[in-house]
Design a protein around this ligand. Sequence first.
Ligand SMILES: NC(=O)c1ccc[n+]([C@@H]2O[C@H](COP(=O)([O-])OP(=O)(O)OC[C@H]3O[C@@H](n4cnc5c(N)ncnc54)[C@H](O)[C@@H]3O)[C@@H](O)[C@H]2O)c1
Length: 263
Amino acid sequence: MLTGKRLLITGVVTTDSIAWAVAESAQLHNAEVILTSYDRVRDLTQAAAEALPRTPEILTLDATRPEDFAALADQLAGRQIDGALHAIAFAPREALAGDFLSAGDEAIELAFRTSTTSFARLAGVLAECAPANGASLVGLDFDADGRAWPVYNWMGVCKVALQATMRYVARDLGPRGVRANLVAAGPLHTRAAGGIPDFQSLLDAYDAAPLGWDPQDAGPVADAVCFLLSDMGRAVSAEILHVDGGYHALAAPGVSQAVRRAG
Ligand SMILES: NC(=O)c1ccc[n+]([C@@H]2O[C@H](COP(=O)([O-])OP(=O)(O)OC[C@H]3O[C@@H](n4cnc5c(N)ncnc54)[C@H](O)[C@@H]3O)[C@@H](O)[C@H]2O)c1
């Protein structure tokens, strides 16, 4: 599905990262993968990279540093990039849980810059490196409806803004053949998820997903991302694809898997 494609994948920090599952699936579909990482976690990314079927090159990108995006574009100059994954999110704890109204401006601004505007910056890099026949940018969302969860707070706001950012990117880069989409994934056990206080309350809600939901398996999300990165998704842009076991369609939690199994 991805033979001949060179993909830039951000956000690999452990083998639990959604981005790691995407990199693995992409390699298994014959893509060439390039990762990005940054100082604080580079060693972790290196270790995770070595666990992939083929150890990829790792370039530097701290999403809070505009100069890193420019340097990344310079490093990629002359190399065609057919697709990119934006799998970057961070919010200080005060912006993730507790009193929504008392989170400080600095924490909110850092969450927004890291998790939302970086999508547009990455789109700029991809636009510079995209071949004439276009490219595909995919980002990762949670609960595309933007509802208020028991936790998640300002990250929820960042994700809604990410949806709008993705649509503006799709509008502006579409004429150059660059597509932009999001995959709205159900909750998965990753390093970032471990930073969300009471993450269990999000997991509990997904017990009602019609298809069920395995929070340990990022594979279904990775495969959906690979579809959007591939030519099979060539007419899909400005879309949010839910990969959540069907949870998003429920108006009320309904019957849990456990109750259903018990008959
Ligand atoms: N885990 C979930 O339940 C879930 C569900 C839906 C969407 N997502 C989204 O998936 C994406 C990936 O998260 P994950 O769950 O795989 O966790 P993860 O911790 O494996 O990945 C988050 C990544 O963001 C990177 N990052 C943080 N600050 C950065 C910065 N300044 N510059 C560059 N990179 C930075 C981290 O290094 C890490 O690689 C995020 O956008 C997250 O919101 C996660």
